[in-house]
Structures are given as structure tokens and as C-alpha cells.
Design a protein around this ligand. Structure first.
Ligand SMILES: Nc1nc(=O)c2c([nH]1)NC[C@@H]1CN(c3ccc(C(=O)N[C@@H](CCC(=O)O)C(=O)O)cc3)CN21
Ligand SMILES: O=c1ccn([C@H]2C[C@H](O)[C@@H](COP(=O)(O)O)O2)c(=O)[nH]1
Length: 319
């Protein structure tokens, strides 16, 4: 390659987000079109990787459209509480999970309530929230309270009052045995999948320490590239940042691996618009406080610098 040619390359070609856009383009051009569970239809490929450097506060925050990183952060902090009821999300104006309980409510009662009214009722009415707002034993429950059963004699089993806190265990293992190959947080509890509103998509996190740096790998079995993945990349990077801070490590790299990575057919127009855009800037996350444990962060602790996203692109979510 000549000097002149290499200078002519757009500065963005080594921007991490180019991997995201290249994947989007590849699925658009080469994906297998099929009907899917939601009835919307997708183009899909199997197996993809995105790698992002997290040094100096860098975050994989998509710049070619506005991504609500505070919403994604609130969702992540909610996972860490172990809560599985959408009420705490709705209270904060986070509606990304509301469509699933709403769908069930409409199906079971036949009532044509709007999403706004449903969410308001979840917030206002304890009993209603308990009856209709729970997603089943999804992410948070498995992360911090994976159920354990122990023999109770006579061939019977009882559930231990406290399940396994995988997140606390990973903090412990990172601090005490950094070279371990077993730093894993798993959401795929096979025995409980049928009680979950949706089986986990970002199902397996693995962490790795080398040279004082903490890297993380997320295996996501099913990936809505337009709506879900920007949130999932943020969440996975945030997970690394929180663990790194708690364990006195520097953030290393995020490796994202997708299984079935897809574009919903009703996102086609958004995809075309987004593919015209060029990634710009390097947003950074500052964590303003170091709380006692990984379970004590609050939304106010997070400040994003240098995020000037291109215009919002809205797309419908397939339920
Ligand atoms: N089809 C589908 N895609 C998903 O990404 C997804 C699911 N289902 N089901 C479970 C969760 C819920 N997630 C969601 C749901 C909605 C948005 C969404 O509508 N995002 C908009 C608005 C964000 C906001 O309201 O703040 C966006 O423009 O990113 C994102 C992630 C991710 N997951
Ligand atoms: O964090 C998430 C949660 C969900 N998704 C997407 C991936 C799929 O489009 C749907 C889930 O449908 P399944 O039939 O269970 O695969 O939600 C995501 O991308 N990220």
C-alpha cells in the first residue's frame, strides 16, 4: 500500500464501530431470510465477533445513531439487584421490557390497554405489578440468586434460602485467583427456561485477567443487531468496567460473539440509513465513585464524555 493511498483512507476505518456496520451490511447482503418466532421475519447469519478496546475509558457506544446509554445502564443495574419485575424500570421511565408483560396482559384479559397506561398502573398498583409485571427468573435472578436444591432426606429436596450469587463469586475469584479460566456468569438455567418471559440472549459472560487488565467475552445466542446489540455491547463493557474497578484492574478488551445474528425485516429502512453513516468520535465513560461493592452503584455514578451521536433512528421491537 502506498503512503498516498493509506492517507486517503477515512480515519474511521479502524473505528471499532466499523465492525458493527460491516456485520450489518453482511447480514443485509448475505443473510438467510426466514420466518421467526415473532412472525416479523429476519435475515440471519450464524457466528460473528466484534472486538473493542476499553482502555482510557473507551466504550463501544454506537455513534451512528443515538443510543440511550442511561437506559441500558439502568437496565444493567436492575439486573444486579436480582429483580425480575419491570416495576423498578417503569418507575425510572425505562420501557424496554414493558412490551412482554403487556402482551401477556392483553392476551389473558382481552383488555386493549395502552402501553403508557399499563406502565403507569404497574408503578401505581402493588398488586397489579406483582400479578402482571414479573418476567420470571430472567437475568438478574440467575446472576445473583441461581437456585440451589439440597437433599432433605427420603429422596426429597429443599431449596436453599439463598441461591448462588455468581457476580459476587466472580468478584471474589478475580481478586483471589485472577489466572482462573472459570470466571463465568451464566444466565442459561436450563431447568427454568420455561418460566422466563424470554430465555436469555446475552447468556454467558467470561472474564480474563492478563497483565493487570480485565477483558470480558460475551456470548449472545440471539442478537437483534439494530435494537438489542447496541445495548448488549454497552452492558457487557459496563460489566467489565465495574468488575475492573472493584478488583483494581485496568479495563482490557471486550470480545462480543453472536450466535444467530439477525436483522428484522421491518428494520430494513433504518439499516439503509445507518449504513450511509460514518462512525465519529470516541465516547468515554467515567465512573465518578467507587462504591463498597459491585451491588452499590447508582445511575448518578456514570458520566459519558465526548458522545455526540448522529440523529436518532427509531425501529419497532419484535415481541
Ligand atoms: N426483538 C427484540 N429485540 C431486542 O433487542 C430485545 C427483545 N426483543 N426482547 C428483550 C429485550 C428488550 N430489549 C430492547 C427492547 C426495546 C429496545 C428499544 O426499543 N430501543 C429503542 C428505544 C430505547 C428507549 O426507549 O430508551 C432504541 O432506539 O434503541 C431496545 C432493547 C432488548 N431485547
Ligand atoms: O438483550 C437482548 C435480548 C433480546 N435480544 C433479541 C434477539 C432476538 O431478536 C429476540 C429474542 O428472541 P428469541 O426467539 O428468544 O431468540 O430478542 C437481543 O438482541 N438482546
Amino acid at each position: 500500500m502506498t503512503e498516498a493511498f493509506s492517507d486517503a483512507r477515512p480515519a474511521s476505518s479502524d473505528h471499532w464501530e466499523q465492525q458493527y456496520l460491516n456485520l450489518m451490511r453482511r447480514i443485509r447482503d448475505e443473510g438467510d431470510f426466514r420466518g421467526d418466532r415473532t412472525g416479523v421475519g429476519t435475515s440471519s447469519i450464524f457466528g460473528a465477533t466484534i472486538r473493542c478496546d476499553l482502555s482510557d475509558g473507551q466504550m463501544p457506544l454506537v455513534t451512528t445513531k443515538r443510543v440511550y446509554w442511561k437506559t441500558a445502564t439502568r437496565e444493567f443495574l436492575w439486573f444486579l439487584t436480582g429483580d425480575t419485575n419491570i416495576r423498578k424500570l417503569c418507575e425510572q421511565g425505562v420501557e424496554i421490557w414493558t412490551d412482554w408483560p403487556l402482551d401477556r396482559y392483553r392476551r389473558e384479559t382481552g383488555e386493549e390497554i395502552s402501553r403508557k397506561d399499563f406502565s403507569a398502573r404497574i408503578v401505581a398498583d402493588d398488586e397489579f405489578a406483582a400479578r402482571w409485571g414479573d418476567l420470571g427468573p430472567v437475568y438478574g435472578k440467575q446472576w445473583v440468586n441461581w437456585p440451589v436444591y439440597e437433599p432433605a432426606g427420603d429422596g426429597l429436596f429443599r431449596q436453599r434460602p439463598q441461591g448462588i450469587n455468581q457476580v459476587a463469586e466472580v468478584v471474589h475469584s478475580l481478586k483471589n485467583n485472577p489466572g482462573s479460566r472459570r470466571h463465568i456468569v451464566e444466565g442459561w438455567n436450563v431447568a427454568e427456561l420455561d418460566r422466563m418471559a424470554l430465555p436469555p440472549c446475552h447468556k454467558t459472560y467470561q472474564f480474563h485477567v492478563a497483565d493487570g487488565k480485565l477483558s470480558g467475552l460475551l456470548y449472545q445466542r440471539s442478537a437483534d443487531l439494530v435494537l438489542g446489540v447496541p445495548f448488549n455491547l454497552w452492558g457487557a463493557a459496563l460489566f467489565i468496567r465495574l468488575l475492573a474497578q472493584q478488583c483494581d484492574l485496568e479495563p482490557g478488551e471486550l470480545v462480543w460473539m453472536g450466535g444467530d445474528v439477525h436483522l428484522y425485516s421491518n428494520h430494513a429502512e433504518v439499516v439503509e440509513q445507518q449504513l450511509q453513516r460514518v462512525p465519529q468520535g470516541a465516547p468515554r465513560l467515567e465512573i465518578a465513585r467507587r462504591p463498597e461493592t459491585i451491588f452499590d452503584y447508582a445511575i448518578e455514578d456514570f458520566v459519558v464524555h465526548d458522545y455526540a451521536p448522529q440523529g436518532a433512528l427509531t425501529a419497532p421491537v419484535a415481541v
